[in-house]
Design a protein around this ligand. Structure first.
Ligand SMILES: NC(=O)c1ccc[n+]([C@@H]2O[C@H](COP(=O)([O-])OP(=O)(O)OC[C@H]3O[C@@H](n4cnc5c(N)ncnc54)[C@H](OP(=O)(O)O)[C@@H]3O)[C@@H](O)[C@H]2O)c1
Length: 324
């Protein structure tokens, strides 16, 4: 197969590009003029362009007319981004640009949405049919939901779009703030755990990349697949990380309800986690409205996907955080 990948210079996209190249597939990546290409495999073709520029995407696709599948991962993946218009332009309009350009050429697209697009849940694990009435007031959540709707609508109109919805993607090199929080936790003299009662859904970055290739080769047009090994509480995440790192159990847990209600505790939370003000506000908005508890059973059942267990995957994370 010949693949066209957006977001290949990112955390998940880099793993996907390497996986495809290891399998002998021809890969073209769409990268910005400013993108750091140093982590990409030597064998990829580079098409320069930004997903907000429809013509650049079309040029990239047309220069490689044997493309079979477009993996669209590029997004602004930040909490606390001060410019909501930028998030809209990249995450929503950019997604429309890529998926429409692929559809006009009759190509299969695997769009990487997010479990976030489905909205918060209770603690019971929900499947792909879940759709909460709203998402938290965070530009990332709002724009990923809109982009998900764009992808869904294009599929309903006949585009060959397949949607992957990862939960929290963890692994060595994770650029998200939670990775920094976990590093502080395992290194701390007095370990403090955060938001222990919140349920989150986890997938290892390598398993997530593997699932994207399965969706491309065996998935069905118009279908959505949650990329989730399983849901677990944040307490379990911190405790497992602590055990693997030889850290003693947390001496204090900052519960969501306390941090949200008590401004003094919120300031302490920000200082201890290293999150900036806007990042903290949106991070708390993400968890104040419920859990993010989802099941990846459909991908396991229909696509034969076998992701690794959370504790096995976290061993990699601890090793990487200990030896950066
Ligand atoms: N990480 C998670 O836990 C998670 C969970 C669920 C879903 N997702 C989704 O998975 C996808 C990949 O996430 P990630 O964690 O790998 O993100 P990431 O590390 O932040 O990578 C983002 C990628 O998008 C590219 N990009 C950003 N704006 C662009 C633009 N205007 N034009 C072209 N490329 C642009 C970046 O290129 P540069 O190198 O030029 O910046 C980079 O390659 C995203 O769609 C994200 O929403 C992530």
């Amino acid at each position: 197969m010949t693949a066209f990948v957006t977001g290949a210079t990112g955390f998940l996209g880099g793993r996907l590009a390497h996986l495809l190249c290891r399998r002998g597939e021809e890969v073209t990546v769409l990268a910005r003029a400013t993108s750091d290409l140093s982590g990409l495999p030597d064998t990829v073709n580079i098409a320069q362009g930004d997903i907000t520029d429809r013509e650049a995407i079309e040029r990239g696709l047309d220069a490689h007319s044997d493309v079979d599948v477009v993996y669209h991962l590029a997004a602004r993946n930040d909490l606390g981004e001060p410019d909501p218009a930028l998030m809209q332009a990249i995450n929503v309009d950019g997604t429309r640009n890529v998926l429409e350009a692929a559809a006009e050429r009759g190509l299969v697209s695997v769009y990487v949405s997010s479990a976030t697009a489905l909205g918060p849940t209770g603690s019971k694990a929900e499947d792909e049919s879940w759709w909460a009435p709203s998402v938290p007031q965070a530009s990332y959540a709002i724009t990923k939901r809109r982009a998900h709707e764009v992808a869904h609508q294009l599929a309903e109109n006949g585009a060959r779009v397949r949607i992957a919805m990862p939960g929290y993607i963890y692994g060595a090199g994770d650029p998200t703030p939670l990775s920094g929080v976990l590093k502080r936790y395992i290194d701390a003299r007095i370990p403090i755990g955060y938001l222990p009662e919140v349920w989150q859904s986890f997938v290892h970055v390598e398993d997530c990349a593997e699932l994207l290739t399965r969706i491309a080769s065996r998935g069905r047009d118009g279908e959505s697949y949650l990329a989730v090994e399983r849901a677990a509480s944040m307490r379990e995440l911190f405790e497992t990380m602590g055990q693997l790192a030889g850290q003693r159990p947390a001496l204090f847990w900052m519960k969501t309800s306390l941090v949200v209600r008590m401004s003094g505790l919120a300031i302490l939370f920000s200082a201890l986690t290293g999150l900036g003000k806007a990042e903290m506000r949106e991070s708390l908005a993400m968890v104040a409205g419920g859990h993010w508890s989802f099941s990846g059973e459909k991908a396991k059942r229909e696509l034969g996907w076998q992701p690794r267990e959370l504790s096995a995957g976290l061993e990699d994370v601890v090793a990487a955080l200990r030896n950066p």
